[in-house]
Design a binder for this molecule. Structure first.
Ligand code: GRF
Length: 219
């Protein structure tokens, strides 16, 4: 069995991805230990989820800091103090400054509800519906200094049906987010991820790449 990687999960909202990670750890399919769940919002439901599982929480309100850098340094200080090795952004609605990215270079993951590099930014499920794409999905990637731009670890594809709304597409994508995020963390835990330029190389990957590309059957 791989070692338990100490992770810190950062949330701003409901935390369903956090829940998926907790569930996979408890099912012993994910070799990680959540050292802390940190939020910039005191009312984030993700904090309740953490407490329900006796996981330590921290709230750090960005409005109390004079700059993005000062805030990020305070977050990094907490993560270091808790012994966090890998930072997992799970609906953390803040851009990270270079202070943060450098402190955890290639050790910050994010999940994005679109097939990057298509549709970076916000409200991307609506953008996908409005654009008329036939497929969308989700992407787990390492975080670099550009928004939604870092090296891609895993993607899952979902169809976009003609009568989809933003909400129905978001729900279909979210289901896949919950599948791929724990798996990306597990690949890290197994020490199999290596960043080379823009690409993430995965040790021991089968030829069909089935651990890093998910194509669920059409509903
Ligand atoms: C997800 O759609 C994720 O892709 C995006 O923010 C949302 C967070 O959802 N970054 P939750 O808080 O994990 O339920």
């Amino acid at each position: 069995m791989a070692r338990q990687v100490p992770i810190g999960v950062l949330v701003s909202g409901s935390g369903t991805n956090l829940q998926a990670i907790i569930d996979e750890i408890e099912a012993k399919r994910l070799d990680a230990k959540i050292e802390v769940v940190l939020s910039n919002k005191a009312d984030a439901y993700g904090l309740v989820r953490a407490k329900n599982h006796r996981i330590a929480t921290e709230v750090l309100d960005h409005k109390q800091f004079s700059s993005r850098e000062a805030y990020d340094q305070a977050v990094v200080d907490i993560l270091h103090a808790r012994g966090v090795e890998l930072v997992v952004l799970a609906g953390f609605m803040r851009l990270l400054s270079p202070v943060f990215v450098k402190a955890y270079s290639n050790r910050i993951m994010n999940i994005h509800p679109a097939l990057l590099p298509s549709f970076p930014g916000l409200h991307v499920q609506k953008k996908a519906v409005d654009h008329g794409v036939r497929f969308s999905g989700c992407t787990v990637h390492f975080v670099n200094e550009e928004c939604d731009e870092g090296p891609i670890i895993i993607q899952a594809v979902v169809p976009v049906f003609p009568d989809d709304s933003e909400e129905s597409l978001a729900a279909r994508i979210l289901k896949q987010e919950h599948r791929i995020y724990p798996r990306a963390i597990q690949l890290y835990a197994e020490g199999r991820l290596h960043v080379e330029g823009r690409r993430v190389l995965v040790d021991g990957l089968a030829k069909d790449g089935n651990e890093v590309l998910f194509q669920p059957p059409l509903e």
